[in-house]
Write a protein that binds this ligand. Sequence first.
Ligand SMILES: [Zn+2]
Length: 380
Amino acid sequence: MIKSKLPSVVDLTSQLIACPSVTPQDAGCQKIISQRLAAIGFQCEPMQFSDVNNLWARYGTRSPLIVFAGHTDVVPPGPTSDWSSPPFQPDIRDNTLYGRGAVDMKSAIAAMVTAVETFVKTNPIFPGSIGFLLTSDEEGSAINGTVKVMETLLQRGEKIDYCLVGEPSSNKKVGDQIRIGRRGSLHAKITIHGKQGHVAHPHLAMNPIHTSANALHELAGIEWDKGNEYYPPTTFQISNIHSGTGAANVIPGHLDLLCNFRFSTAVTVNELKERTEAILKKHGLQYNVEWHISAEPFLTKKGKFISLVQQAIQDITGLSAVLSTGGGTSDGRFIAPTGTEVIELGVSNATAHHVNECVDLDELITLERIYNTLLHHIFD
Ligand SMILES: [Zn+2]
């Protein structure tokens, strides 16, 4: 393909990939996007919190307000020598665009911008508003990004009705799957106390490896819930276990565990905590536990926005999108609690975070058309 003939969405994705925006860097992405949006009449407002760049942009003052949300930061590329072309030099081979962020999620951001450009140029007056909420703090700590922008908007009383997050939601083909929620994530750091001693004199010690074994077996086998219409059952995993001094003749004094729940809306955080601690107590263990909720679950129930998104996908691809709540966490968790209907729709996730991350150009163009059609369904 000759560079000057590239479709606008491919050209913009390439420009964004060329910005080495390893989290929490933005590396100029939001400036490029601001200029494009300002040129079609958006009010653009950079929101810097600590070392994180965020962008809030809005066109129109009426409701409903649909917001396109996403992140300009990417995960580190790892050794450049592992890549077949440098990760921050966009390269097109076999109708496929390669580069870090090609899937997660510079392609979707470019598709949002070009879809909105086309829409606003042909429909400058429509009954509602369009917004963009972009951050460079999604792949990292997610402390100074979307959550802070949402706090600011809430203080101002700026209400988002619908939000489309451009995370790579699709499975094999763009539009075959959308995410309508994400599970929550609950961490437990557990210390089981014992009493150190000589292995030859166990009656003078208490071995926490032995005393905890049955409790861990029970925890690993529990059915925490059955899931519900929207969610698979909650899962529990022990990710780290450590005990022992390294010496073969010492009974250890404590055992340390890291555990994680990926939980559905069929159970509450308190229930998970209570059931876990009840098992530790039942087995007579002396323990400490530190709980940390890293993400609350969110869910958009079947309603108007899901129908409009499914209709737009059907119009462009003929596919009936599967509704999913799988995958890790996303910034949708910070937007949904305000009552916004949040849906994630982006390209296929096969090479997200991989070496030689890449997007098929036809998929990218299809995504742009779906976004554009969605705007027509919302406002026409
Ligand atoms: Zn992402």
